[in-house]
Design a protein around this ligand. Structure first.
Ligand code: UT7
Length: 331
């Protein structure tokens, strides 16, 4: 019997219209375009404006883009996973709502949270469902409305993050395409350095937590940077050595877009030249769970069936990992 692999067969994306430039940020905090560009590679990010619009709004739009482009019937979707750190509501799965709104009425849906590694972990989950033979169409969406949890008077975080969503469809493949290998890690020491302190079970919301700005993202940037550089590079390198791959075998490095310097360090370690490194951080900043699928959507026209892609991500928790995937189609 041929082994079933899980291939990506379609992608879709959505970014909000509003462009928050480095120039505009200069009017909120003591910063400047030169500092932001040289330290992060970010020029602008997208912000979702509009009362009552949450992460599901962008997840639905990205899914609709995928459905329209691929011509699939949403009723055939078995499972909808929304990888997100910013669900619409603390209780009530965002994915269940998204599934209903896109007409995936035969699907079940749930959210997956692993900060900036949510989508990478989601690729593992979606692929495992497909490889098990139990499900045929799994829609994995990475979506985050980071602007809902950012303090725009904190220059250490507000310059980095943006909003967006990307969606991919996983389907069974019998040509050996799709996810080949993965190496996923976590380390709980990380929660001291990147977190939202209040609003969870450990520190429920009070007037005091709100007054003390405990519901915004806190990041000790330097420490996170150090861990991100060494860990992302380590796991990406492991994907190559474990699969006997060398630079000519790799067509694309698909790395989480947190900081251009972290992406470059990862590329250097695995020996991949700049032209093989997907990059869109200059346009969107760090969209947390959406960075990887947004890259796939932006580079879709350049991807060819059978291309070898190395994914790598690092985020709060800490959570991190890498994956090796063979691209599933020509667009
Ligand atoms: O996606 C999840 C994982 N997250 C990451 O991977 C992010 C990792 N961290 C980073 O990307 C970087 O640490 C940052 C971009 C957040 C910060 O860059 P950095 O090069 O680590 O800067 P720093 O925090 O070491 O600050 C250097 C200097 C400081 O001034 P002094 O003490 O040297 O006088 C800061 O106060 O830059 C100052 N600074 C700023 N200056 C202008 C910090 N933020 C800003 C700012 N504009 N926005």
């Amino acid at each position: 019997m041929t082994k079933i692999t899980a291939a990506i067969t379609a992608v879709g994306k959505y970014v909000p219209e509003y462009v928050l430039t480095n120039k505009e940020l200069e009017s909120y905090v003591e910063t400047n375009d030169e500092w932001i560009t040289s330290r992060t590679g970010i020029k602008e990010r997208r912000i979702l404006k509009g009362e009552g619009l949450g992460t599901s709004f962008m997840a639905i739009k990205a899914s609709e883009d995928l459905i329209k482009k691929s011509n699939i019937d949403p009723k055939e979707i078995d499972l909808v996973i929304v990888a997100t750190a910013t669900p619409d509501l603390p209780i009530a799965s965002t994915a269940a709502y998204v599934a209903t709104e896109i007409g995936a009425t035969n699907a079940f849906g749930y959210d997956l949270q692993a900060a900036c590694s949510s989508f990478l972990y989601g690729m593992s989950t979606a692929s495992a469902y497909i490889a098990s033979g139990r499900y045929k169409k799994v829609l994995l969406i990475g979506a985050d409305k980071m602007s809902s949890i950012i303090d725009y008077s904190d220059r250490a975080t507000c310059i980095i993050f943006g909003d967006g969503a990307g969606a991919v469809l996983f389907e069974p493949n019998n040509e050996g395409l799709g996810l080949q290998d993965e190496y996923l890690r976590s380390d709980g020491i990380g929660r001291d350095f990147l977190r939202i302190e209040a609003g969870g079970s450990q520190m429920p919301t009070t007037a005091e937590t709100v007054a003390n700005k405990k519901h915004f993202v806190y990041q000790e940037g330097k420490t996170v940077f150090k861990y991100a550089v060494s860990n992302m590079a380590d796991v990406a390198e492991k994907m190559l050595t474990r699969n006997n791959l060398t630079e000519p075998d790799i067509q694309w490095l698909v790395a989480h877009q947190a900081n251009k310097r972290i992406i470059e360090a990862t590329a250097k370690r695995v020996g991949v030249p700049a032209e093989k490194v997907m990059i869109n951080i200059h346009k969107y900043g760090n969209t947390t769970s959406a960075t990887l699928p947004l890259l796939l959507a932006d580079y879709e026209s350049q991807l060819k069936k059978g291309d070898n892609l190395i994914f790598a991500a690092f985020g709060g928790g800490f959570t991190w990992g890498a994956a090796y995937l063979k691209w599933g189609y020509n667009s």
